[in-house]
Unconditional design. Structure first.
Length: 235
């Protein structure tokens, strides 16, 4: 039962985690070619699913090296408290990510949050000489992302969510931001929401989200939905 009517869809890389996990892995273990894939994606020549699949194929690391690296990835220090408060208020949280399910599971598990529902790309051992491969169980036809976050929002509504809140930070959240009821936005997502007239408030992290959650649930936050980004907000 969800008495508040709200469901939270939360991005992972750069939102829950303080860095982009796949970028940090590529910087450390990526073979030549991954930067060109990144440039092609940023230029709009390929979608994120093609970019990520190609980049994962270029990762040259063992399982032990992967696990050691993931053990060093930090999350927003206030995220566990935010999850605890949301659960106290009976507000479901789902992690929706265009990142790696294995990485998300390992990192959340260190913080006692392995039971959070996760929708992300699937990382698996590759066929030699490729060490790793990517599949996208949450892709949909017509969407170039590995995880279609718009479909995740539609699924939440189909399962009883009266309203959906998105918490995100970047390009993978742009499309779904226009398919939810409200957005807590960081970084580049602030500029997107402002330019598109999407109802949002800017946040710097989950301390802000924790403070704003009661006002969202009682409806007072929705009375003045679009807030200007503070001076100096990263684009």
């Amino acid at each position: 039962m969800n008495p508040t009517g709200w469901t939270i869809l939360c991005d992972f890389d750069g939102t829950i985690s303080v860095e982009d996990v796949i970028d940090s892995l590529l910087d450390r273990y990526g073979r030549p070619g991954w930067k060109q894939l990144e440039r092609d994606w940023r230029a709009g020549r390929i979608g994120s699913r093609a970019c990520m699949s190609g980049q994962v194929a270029l990762l040259d690391m063992s399982r032990e090296e992967l696990d050691s690296h993931l053990a060093e990835v930090w999350i927003d220090h206030a995220f566990p408290g935010f999850v605890a408060r949301a659960r106290e208020l009976n507000v479901p949280i789902r992690v929706v990510s265009d990142g790696l399910d294995y990485a998300i599971g390992r990192i959340l598990g260190r913080h006692g949050l392995a039971d959070l529902p996760v929708r992300a790309n699937h990382l698996a051992p590759g066929v030699p000489p490729q060490r790793w491969q990517l599949s996208s169980p949450f892709q949909v036809d017509g969407c170039s992302s590995g995880t279609c976050k718009c479909a995740c929002a539609e699924q939440a509504r189909a399962e009883g969510a009266g309203k959906t809140l998105l918490i995100g930070d970047g390009a993978s959240d742009f499309c779904v931001a226009d398919h939810v009821d409200f957005v807590f936005a960081k970084h580049r997502l602030i500029e997107h929401c402002r330019a598109a007239g999407i109802p949002y408030v800017p946040i710097t992290g989950f301390e802000d989200a924790l403070e704003l959650l009661p006002a969202l649930l009682d409806g007072s936050l929705l009375e003045h939905p679009v807030s200007p980004a503070p001076l100096g907000t990263p684009a």
